[in-house]
Design a protein around this ligand. Structure first.
Ligand code: CTP
Length: 420
C-alpha cells in the first residue's frame, strides 16, 4: 500500500469513530489518506481528530469557497488511487445510487471515475429495508465495491447485520482492490469502453437445468428445475465477453447465442461433460442435479407386480459435480460458485453447503413452492462468500444473472494473476 493515495469519506454514524482507526492502519501501511467528513460524520468525530491522524487537512464542506479555490472536488478525486466510504450510511448510499450531489462527499462521489469501496453501517432495519437493498443492487451494478456490514449487537440495542465491518477487514479489501489495479491496470474502471467486456479471454463453465435419471426406458427421476437461471447466467457471461460452455440437462429453453451448449441427461453425463470442458477460469453450478439414480436401470419397462400395494426402488448416490470441481488441484477453476436451493433454514444450510462443497461463493435461494422461484422468472437470492452474507432484493433471473456476473468480473479482476 506504500505510496497509495486513499480518499476516505466519513459519513454520519457511531461507526465514524472506527474510521479513525482505519486512517491509522492505512498510514501504518504507507498510504496517504485525505478525509472528507460529512456534516453527519462531524457530529460524531471532529475534523481535527482526522487531521491529526492523517496529517492532512480534513475537508468538510463543498461551499467553503477558500477550499474550492485551493483544491476542488475534482482534484480531490483526481489525486486519489481509491475512494473509500466508511461508514457509508443509508442516506449516502441512496444519494450515490440516485446520483444526488448536494454536499462535498456526494459531489466527489458523483464526479469520480476512480474505484469506489463502501463499508455500510446502519441500523439493522434500515439495512434490511427494500429501498436500501435496491440501492445496493444499483451500486453493485455500477461496479461499486461493498465490504460488510457485519452482524452483531448495534449501538441502538438491536442485533443483526448493519455494523460497519472492522477496520482490519476494510484495509484488507482496500489492499485487494489496489493490488488488483497493480496487476491489471484499468485506468478508468467505470467507463463503459473499459468495462463492457471484462470477462473477455476467460472461460466460464456453467451447469444448468435438471438431470433425468432413468429407472427404465420410459420412466425417470427428475425435479422441477427449468434451467432459466443457468441459461440466464450463460447469456450474461457471454455478454461480458467470456467464452462460455453451458452443460445443460433436459430443458425446453432455446440455446443462448454465442455459447457452446453441451446437452446431457444424467448426472454422470453432466460430470463427464464438465470434466471434458476443463480448464475453466470460473465455474458456476446452477444445475439441479438429481442426488440419486436408480441403482439398477431396468432394460425393459418395469411391470407392476400384481396384488402388491408397496414397492421399493433401490437408489445409488450420484457424483457431486460442484464438490468435484471445487476440489483443490491444478484443474480447479479459480472461482467456483454453487447454488443452494433450500426450503428451510436457508442461510444456515447454504453456509454449511459452501464449506462442505468447497465452493468460493454460494447463491442461496428459497425454493419453497410459494416463492415461485422453481420454474418462475423471478428470484430472490442471498450471496454467501468468505466475507459474509449479502441479501439481494427480488429481481428477474436475467437481472440477477447480469449482476452476479458483474460481481464475478470484479472479483476476478481483484485476484492475483494465476501462477503459470
Ligand atoms: N450439485 C452438484 N452435483 C450434485 C448435487 C448438487 O453439482 N450431485 C450442485 C448444484 O448444482 C448446486 C449445489 O450443488 O450448485 C447445491 O445443490 P443442492 O441441490 O442445493 O444441494 P444438495 O447437494 O442436494 O444438498 P442437500 O441434499 O443437503 O440439499
Amino acid at each position: 500500500m506504500q505510496g497509495k493515495r486513499i480518499l476516505l469519506i466519513v459519513g454520519g454514524g457511531i461507526a465514524a469513530y472506527k474510521s479513525l482507526d482505519l486512517v491509522r492502519r492505512l498510514k501504518e501501511r504507507g498510504a496517504s489518506v485525505r478525509v472528507i467528513l460529512t456534516s453527519g460524520g462531524a457530529e460524531f468525530v471532529t475534523p481535527l481528530s482526522f487531521s491529526v491522524l492523517s496529517e492532512e487537512k480534513t475537508f468538510t464542506d463543498l461551499f467553503d469557497l477558500k477550499d474550492e479555490a485551493e483544491i476542488g472536488h475534482i482534484r480531490l478525486s483526481r489525486e486519489a488511487d481509491l475512494v473509500v466510504v466508511a461508514p457509508a450510511t443509508a442516506d449516502l448510499l441512496a444519494k450515490m445510487a440516485h446520483g444526488l450531489a448536494d454536499d462535498l462527499a456526494s459531489t466527489v462521489l458523483l464526479a469520480t471515475d476512480k474505484t469506489v469501496l463502501v463499508a455500510p453501517a446502519m441500523n439493522v432495519r434500515m439495512w434490511q429495508h427494500a429501498a436500501t437493498q435496491r440501492n445496493l443492487g444499483t451500486l453493485r451494478a455500477d461496479r461499486i465495491h461493498v465490504v460488510g456490514p457485519d452482524e452483531g449487537e448495534m449501538a441502538c440495542g438491536e442485533y443483526g447485520p448493519g455494523r460497519m465491518t472492522e477496520p482490519a477487514a476494510i484495509v484488507e479489501a482496500i489492499g485487494a482492490l489496489l493490488g488488483a489495479k497493480a496487476a491489471a491496470p484499468r485506468a478508468t474502471p467505470r467507463l463503459v469502453s473499459d468495462s463492457a467486456k471484462p470477462l473477455s479471454g476467460r472461460h466460464v463453465l456453467i451447469t444448468s437445468g435438471p438431470t433425468q435419471e432413468p429407472i427404465d426406458p420410459v420412466r425417470y427421476i427428475a425435479n422441477r428445475s427449468s434451467g432459466k437461471q443457468g441459461h440466464a447466467l450463460a447469456k450474461a457471461a457471454a455478454a461480458l465477453g467470456a467464452e462460455v460452455t453451458l452443460v445443460s440437462g433436459p430443458v425446453t429453453l432455446p440455446d443462448p447465442q454465442g455459447v457452446r451448449v453441451v446437452k446431457v441427461d444424467t448426472a454422470h453425463e453432466m460430470l463427464a461433460a464438465v470434466e471434458a470442458a476443463l480448464p475453466a477460469d470460473i465455474a458456476i453450478c446452477a444445475a439441479a442435479v438429481a442426488d440419486w439414480r436408480a441403482a439398477d436401470e431396468a432394460p425393459h419397462k418395469l411391470k407392476k407386480p400384481r396384488q402388491v400395494s408397496e414397492a421399493t426402488l433401490k437408489l445409488s448416490l450420484n457424483p457431486d459435480i460442484l464438490s468435484t470441481l471445487a476440489k483443490k488441484g491444478p484443474k480447479r477453476p479459480r472461482l467456483v460458485i454453487g447454488f443452494a436451493a433450500e426450503t428451510e433454514d436457508l442461510i444456515e444450510n447454504a453456509t454449511a453447503k459452501r464449506a462442505r462443497k468447497g465452493a468460493d461463493w454460494i447463491v442461496a435461494n428459497d425454493v419453497w413452492p410459494g416463492t415461485g422461484a422453481m420454474g418462475g422468472d423471478q428470484t430472490q437470492i442471498h450471496l454467501i462468500t468468505a466475507q459474509g452474507v449479502e441479501d439481494w432484493p427480488a429481481m428477474s433471473k436475467d437481472e440477477m444473472a447480469a449482476r452476479l456476473l458483474a460481481r464475478v468480473a470484479d472479483a476476478f479482476a481483484a485476484m492475483r494473476p494465476a501462477a503459470e
